[in-house]
Design a protein around this ligand. Structure first.
Ligand code: AMP
Length: 426
């Protein structure tokens, strides 16, 4: 993916080249097409992911696509609300940098400094306003700022806004915006409050989520264990017990797979809960709070359900099944290794999933460490079968989720010294 493929105009491409950017970051590649299509968007992206260019570039592009941009009187057509003056300054800098070959004007307003230069800048006519909520409301009350022409509204670092107690100010600002507008909301985490805010602001939003730029490579120890599809459950139980994992987020491809696996683990006396789209909000919230409070060791989740998980430093993520979309792998492992803590991401891969594995390695530009665990080696006579979407674990269906008691791979019977050795080998 190149910036040119994102359909950006030459003045923007030139500014991007001046910055030395060669390829869009994941949030840019995902968000820019949605924004250009005019959709509202909810983006889970932190500072450091390139999110600012992710909304600034398409904003400028949309303005530049208008027929007679110069014939319009300058009105504030985009409002970017940020929680802090530092962020406002940074975003304002980005707007200037990316827009340097375009004719649009912007101003940055925040409290703690004299208002006059800000008032003058606005009075000279601007297209884009970057503001913190308090100073914005002051200048609205002084009739310096008029928001009635805003076409695009960006709420940046919405979670921090709420943490800082800006919810009432945000609501006051929103009440002054025209009903017809495009809304973009960025947040690194999703609390219930953020969800409520999204529901009140966004209409049918596109959802974009990216891991931190460095998660795939630096902080997370990633590995693959080859195992037959039908033995994955017992291998997972074994890994959890043997390595004494206390907090593990496990991803399955389907809701049924999540339920079955959670039931299996519970039967093995490994406390576990499943969260997915079929569960009520109450059940999901409870599962998550039990998991956070270390009351359950294992949370089994589907990709969509995991979007709501805002735990900062999960030690272990397991891909019980590889995702069919390679980017989801990066999102999944982005759940660990956060906040500077190391993390471990283990993928249990069966013969059906080799193509997915290749796709992931291509995306992350890295060959993953691969191993087998003694007692769980794949049977070489099993041939790959196509994975049917909507069913867990391939066409074989991962049906064997019951704990086995008479099998030497049973967690209760395994030889611990062997498994420790295996683990060390990995
Ligand atoms: P942000 O997450 O918006 O604060 O951006 C983080 C940093 O990434 C900033 O210093 C940007 O200049 C830089 N950046 C943004 N987009 C790209 C890109 N496509 N390639 C390289 N660096 C970028």
């Amino acid at each position: 993916m190149s910036f040119k493929e994102l359909q950006l105009c030459t003045p923007l491409l030139k500014a991007i080249a001046d910055e030395g950017y060669t390829t869009p970051t994941p949030v840019q590649a995902q968000a820019i097409p949605y924004i250009l299509s005019g959709r509202d968007m909810l983006a889970g992206a932190q500072t450091g992911t390139g999110k600012t260019a992710g909304f600034t570039l398409p904003m400028l592009e949309l303005f530049s696509r208008e027929q007679n941009p110069q014939s319009k009187k300058r009105n504030i057509r985009a409002l970017i609300l940020t929680p802090t003056r530092e962020l406002a300054a940074q975003v304002g800098e980005s707007v200037k940098t990316y827009g340097k070959y375009l004719p649009y004007k912007s101003a940055i307003i925040f409290g703690g400094v004299g208002a006059n230069p800000q008032i003058n800048a606005i009075n000279n006519g601007i297209d884009i306003l970057i503001a913190t909520p308090g100073r914005l409301l002051d200048l609205i009350n002084q009739r310096v700022v008029n928001l009635s022409h805003v076409e695009m509204f960006v709420l940046d670092e919405a979670d921090r806004m709420l943490d800082m107690g800006f919810i009432r100010d945000i609501k006051k600002v929103i009440a002054l915006l025209p009903a017809k507008r495009q809304n973009l909301l960025f947040s690194a985490t999703y609390s219930d409050e953020i969800k409520k805010l999204c529901e009140s602001i966004l209409k049918n939003p596109a959802i974009v989520e990216v891991a931190r730029r460095n998660t795939s490579s630096e902080l997370v120890k990633q590995s693959v264990i080859f195992v037959d599809c039908k033995r994955k459950s017992s291998l997972l139980g074994h890994l959890i017990e043997k390595n004494k994992w206390e907090q593990v987020l496990v991803f399955t491809r389907t809701k049924h797979g999540a339920n079955r696996l959670s039931e299996y683990l519970t039967k093995m006396n490994i406390s576990s809960a499943a969260i997915h789209g079929n569960k009520s909000q109450g059940a999901r919230t409870k599962a998550l709070s039990d998991f956070k409070a270390n009351k359950v060791k294992v949370l089994v989740a589907t990709d969509i359900a995991a979007r709501g998980i805002d735990i900062d430093s999960l030690p272990h993520v397991v891909n019980f099944e590889l995702p069919n979309i390679s980017e989801d792998y990066v999102h999944r492992i982005g759940r660990t290794g956060r906040a500077g803590n190391g993390g471990e991401a283990v993928s249990l891969v069966c013969v059906d999933e080799f193509d997915y594995l290749k796709g992931i390695e291509k995306l992350i530009k890295k060959t993953l460490d691969k191993s087998t665990i003694e007692g769980y080696e794949p049977d070489p006579s099993i041939k790959a079968e196509p994975i049917q979407q909507g069913r867990g674990g391939g066409s074989r269906g991962n049906s064997n989720h019951r704990p086995k008691s008479n099998n030497n791979s049973s967690p209760k019977k395994r030889d611990s010294s062997t498994h420790n050795r295996d683990r060390n080998r990995r």
